[in-house]
Design a protein around this ligand. Sequence first.
Ligand code: SAH
Length: 460
Amino acid sequence: MDYFPIFCQLKDKPCLLVGGGEIAERKARLLMEAGASVSVIAPSFTGQFMQWHAEHKLSCITGVFTADHLSGKWLVIAATDSEQVNQQVFQSATEKQIFCNVVDSPEQASFIMPSVIDRSPIVVAISSGGKAPVLARILREKIEQQLPNYLGVLAQLAGTLREQIKQRFSSMNARRYFWEQFFADKSLQSEIEAQRSDGIEQRISALLSENQQPQGSVVLVGAGPGDAGLMTIKGLQQCQQADVVVYDRLVSDEVMGLVRRDAQRIYVGKQAGFHCVPQDEINQILIKEATAGKRVVRLKGGDPFIFGRGSEELEALIEHHIPFSVIPGITAASGCATYAGIPLTHRDYAQSVRFITGHGKGLNEAEWQCIAQKNQTLVFYMGLSKAQYIQQMLLSQNMCATMPIAIIEKGTLATQKVVVGQLRQLTEMAETMESPALIIVGEVVKLNEKLQWFQSKSAK
Ligand code: SAH
């Protein structure tokens, strides 16, 4: 960071502006908006400056800058059209250790002025450190569009309510919960936009009575296969509001990086050499945290309803009358196949796709017969350690030994690894791969040669 961003309290503080032209006018306006006590020194002034002077908004001193003008000043801006004068101002200010901005010359300044979006008391400042002012402006425009006009009033209101809310809600959680409801409340926003003070008051009273006690809940969120960008917007919003996040092994570090920083994180996955936390214990954690009034996010890899035991956790919540909701995620089959350039269906090769678990209850002969049918794609989850068995069963149902297959390890992550071969090589291929990995069997796999697009770091 080349510049340290701070917001200065300039109210009634003496500040000096050197220059009386149009560029200086812009700086004067900003200083006045911040409530500074502005003196302007210049040999001559624009009409605007003269008017401000007459209105006592600032004070114009006709003359040439000398170091004496710096005495008692907190901040200086050099905005003349003479580089030499600007430099002299900067040097004198630096000697006296007064922060000085030089217009259009960031390399010569001890502070620079950012691009500002003013929704006071909300102020957003953007700077490119003088390297790319146009980019800073583009960003400013983008952010400006995102910030509604009522934001300032909303923040102002929040300021006046702060003490009252502190008295009303003793726990920090309850206060945070109230503020989140307050800032998200659409009715309050429309009352502010319509400038109806009665309506605003009524809405605030309603919010206060509605939010006495935050009710705990659980949201089952699908985190997707690994790449954090693949999580849904709803999932992300939940992760950023959660009090507690219960997660397991398949949730990537990247995704955990998006969780609210202050949220409590409870890991229930497998530790090296140990087993996972038993399902019943996970259920108990969810029940305990939600009953304590917390907003719990149960974060699961992929989609919680695809080989995720999500429904078992929900049944436990239902028994305890705990409110819940579910946000789907991109399942490994979809994410990994896409990042490996393998379409799961294709008009010529596969009219259907099957998601099959390599674990759990075994499949019978008749089921394997269906699985080995032509014109479909098979996706085996948790199949790595059962690769040999899967291979035998498919071959015993007369699936062609040259059927294309792929194994995708850590799909969608930068460390993704993809190997492609034929059914006859499945066992050996599986031995070179690590968990989590997905096995895809079907003609569609051969499209990978043409369609692969994702360059993982470990690409072969
Ligand atoms: N609910 C998850 C699946 C859980 S079962 C989902 O919808 O994706 C766990 C299995 O999913 C793993 O054994 C592996 O086969 C597969 N899997 C999950 N994430 C994966 C990834 N990033 N790469 C490869 N396979 C993955």
